[in-house]
Design a protein around this ligand. Structure first.
Ligand SMILES: [Zn+2]
Length: 119
């Protein structure tokens, strides 16, 4: 069973006990963290505790994660900090920004926007 670390409280838990967060692109290209309820969005993911047995992130962990800005840090793609960099096109490396799903696409597969994680 794969184990993951909550970006809020730092608890290590089975992947199935946590909610996946991923990045989608808003109109205009801003990157937005979304709750990836089905766990199917491509690209880098981060994990956070659930609120009880719900499909909502734990409010406490979300507050901790926001204070520590750990969601943006966990979801930041290597090479995405520079402008116009093409280094993310390397074969076999992290998914390129171009490959990220749009927010509209993400919404159609049950993802809920959480917060902006930068341009
Ligand atoms: Zn947590």
């Amino acid at each position: 069973m794969p184990r993951r670390t909550c970006v809020g409280c730092g608890r290590v838990a089975a992947k199935s006990d946590l909610l996946r967060l991923a990045v989608a692109l808003a109109r205009g290209g801003a990157r937005v963290a979304v709750v990836d309820r089905r766990g199917t969005l491509p690209g880098r993911g981060a994990y956070i505790c659930r609120e009880g047995a719900s499909r909502q992130p734990s409010a406490g962990c979300l507050a901790l994660a926001r204070r520590r800005r750990s969601i943006a840090r966990a979801l930041r793609l290597p090479g995405a900090t520079g402008v116009g960099g093409r280094s993310d096109e390397r074969a076999g490396s992290e998914p390129s920004r171009r490959g990220a799903p749009t927010l509209e696409d993400a919404r159609t597969i049950d993802c809920e926007p959480l917060e902006s994680v930068g341009p």
